[in-house]
Design a binder for this molecule. Structure first.
Ligand SMILES: NC(=O)c1ccc[n+]([C@@H]2O[C@H](COP(=O)([O-])OP(=O)(O)OC[C@H]3O[C@@H](n4cnc5c(N)ncnc54)[C@H](OP(=O)(O)O)[C@@H]3O)[C@@H](O)[C@H]2O)c1
Length: 332
C-alpha cells in the first residue's frame, strides 16, 4: 500500500510517520510531500531514508491513502487532485470539516460515517474537539446531553512547528520572530485562538461548537467554548461542564466513561496532565464531579496529546477503518 503524507515535515506530519510505524500500518511506501521550501530534505521511516518532494499534480499517482496536514489552503487545492488519482484523502485541516459531502470522523464515536465519502475525502476534526467528543459521546450514551460549556488550555504545538519554536525561544529570553501568537506566550495565557469575529467568538471556539454538534449528530446541542493558548509544548486540556437531560450519579458517570474505547478514566487521586499524556494516544479524563447544586450537571477534566489523538493518531485510525471497510467490501 502506498501512503502519501502532505505536510510530512510539519509537527503533525512527523507524528504521522511515528504513528504509522508504531501501529504497524501496512504501508509499503511513504510519499513524503511538503512545499518547495523542504523539497530535497530527508526524513526517515522504518529505518529507510526518504527524500521530501514538493507537492505537484502527479504526486498522488498510485497512492491508496493520502494523509493531509499542510493547512486549509493546500487541502482545498490538493485534496480533489489526490482523490481523483484514486487515493482516500484524510484531511487534518479545517477545509472540508463542515462540507456535508465529507464525513467528519472520530473512530470511537462515529467510525461508520467514514464509509459515506462522496468526494473521496474524510475530515479529521479540530484537535480540541476530538478529545472533547470522546468524553461527551461516553456520557451521551448514558444520558442525553443538554448543554456543554468547555474551556480549553491548548498547547503551543497546536500552532505547529512555529508555535513550538516561539515558546522555546521565549523561554530562553529570545524574541520569537515568527511567532504565530498574538502576544508573548512564555509566562502567559492567551484567550485568542484564530481570528475573532464581530460577535466576539474566536474561530477555534466556533470550530469546537460546530464540529461537536456534527460528530455527535446533535445539531441543536447547546455548546459554548472559551479557547485559550497556554505555554505548554504538547497536550491540550479541557475543563468541561456538561448538563444532561437527567441526573447521573458519580458511579454511573464513571461507568459510562470507563466503557468508552480510547478513553482512560483516572482515579480520584490522580488528575491527567499534559506532561503525562504527551506521547500517548488515549484521551485521559479525571477530576470528575457531580455539581453541588444541579445533580444533572457534571464537571470533568479532559487531556490528550493534540499531535497524536488530536491529529495523527485519529487520522491513522480513520485509515485503518477505511482499510478494514474495503476488505469487508471485497469479501462481500
Ligand atoms: N498541530 C496540531 O495540533 C494540529 C491538530 C489538528 C490539526 N492540525 C492541522 O494540521 C495541519 C498542519 O499542522 P502542523 O501543526 O503540522 O503545522 P506545521 O508544523 O506548521 O507544518 C505545516 C506543514 O505544511 C507544509 N506546507 C506549508 N505550506 C505548504 C505548501 N504551500 N505546499 C505544500 N506543503 C506546505 C509544511 O511544509 P514545509 O516544510 O515545506 O514548510 C509542513 O510540512 C494544519 O492544517 C493544522 O490546522 C494541527
Amino acid at each position: 500500500m502506498r501512503v502519501a503524507i502532505l505536510g510530512a515535515t510539519g509537527a503533525v506530519g512527523r507524528t504521522m510517520l511515528d504513528v504509522l510505524d508504531e501501529r504497524s500500518f501496512p504501508a509499503d511506501e511513504i510519499v513524503a510531500l511538503a512545499s518547495a521550501r523542504s523539497a530535497g530534505s530527508r526524513l526517515s521511516w522504518r529505518g529507510r531514508e526518504m527524500t521530501v518532494r514538493a507537492v505537484d499534480a502527479r504526486a498522488f499517482d498510485g497512492c491508496d491513502i493520502a494523509l493531509f496536514s499542510a493547512g486549509a489552503a493546500r487541502s482545498r487545492e490538493w485534496a480533489p487532485v489526490a482523490a481523483a488519482a484514486g487515493a482516500v484523502v484524510i484531511d487534518n485541516s479545517s477545509a472540508w470539516r463542515m462540507d456535508p459531502r465529507v464525513p467528519l470522523v472520530v473512530p470511537e464515536v462515529n467510525a461508520a460515517a467514514a464509509a459515506d465519502r462522496e468526494l473521496g475525502i474524510i475530515a479529521n476534526p479540530n484537535c480540541a474537539t476530538i478529545q472533547l467528543v470522546v468524553a461527551l459521546a461516553a456520557l451521551h450514551r448514558a444520558r442525553p446531553l443538554r448543554r456543554v460549556i468547555a474551556t480549553t488550555f491548548q498547547s503551543v504545538s497546536g500552532a505547529g512547528q512555529t508555535g513550538i519554536a516561539a515558546l522555546q525561544a521565549e523561554l530562553k529570553g529570545e524574541k520569537a520572530d515568527d511567532s504565530p501568537f498574538v502576544s508573548t506566550i512564555a509566562g502567559n495565557v492567551i484567550p485568542w485562538i484564530g481570528p475573532r469575529g464581530e460577535d466576539g467568538w474566536n474561530e477555534e471556539e466556533q470550530k469546537v461548537r460546530a464540529e461537536t454538534r456534527r460528530i455527535l449528530d446533535l445539531p441543536d446541542l447547546a455548546v459554548s467554548a472559551t479557547c485559550v493558548r497556554v505555554p505548554v509544548e504538547k497536550g491540550h486540556s479541557i475543563s468541561a461542564t456538561v448538563e444532561l437531560e437527567s441526573a447521573l450519579t458519580l458511579e454511573e458517570a464513571r461507568a459510562a466513561l470507563q466503557a468508552m474505547p480510547g478513553l482512560v478514566l483516572l482515579d480520584a487521586a490522580r488528575d491527567p496532565m499534559p506532561r503525562d499524556v504527551a506521547g500517548t494516544d488515549d484521551v485521559q479524563v479525571g477530576h470528575l464531579r457531580v455539581d453541588h447544586d444541579m445533580p444533572n450537571v457534571l464537571h470533568l477534566w479532559i487531556v490528550a496529546d493534540n499531535l497524536r489523538k488530536g491529529a495523527a493518531t485519529n487520522a491513522v485510525q480513520i485509515a485503518e477503518s477505511v482499510r478494514s471497510m474495503s476488505y469487508a467490501g471485497s469479501n462481500a
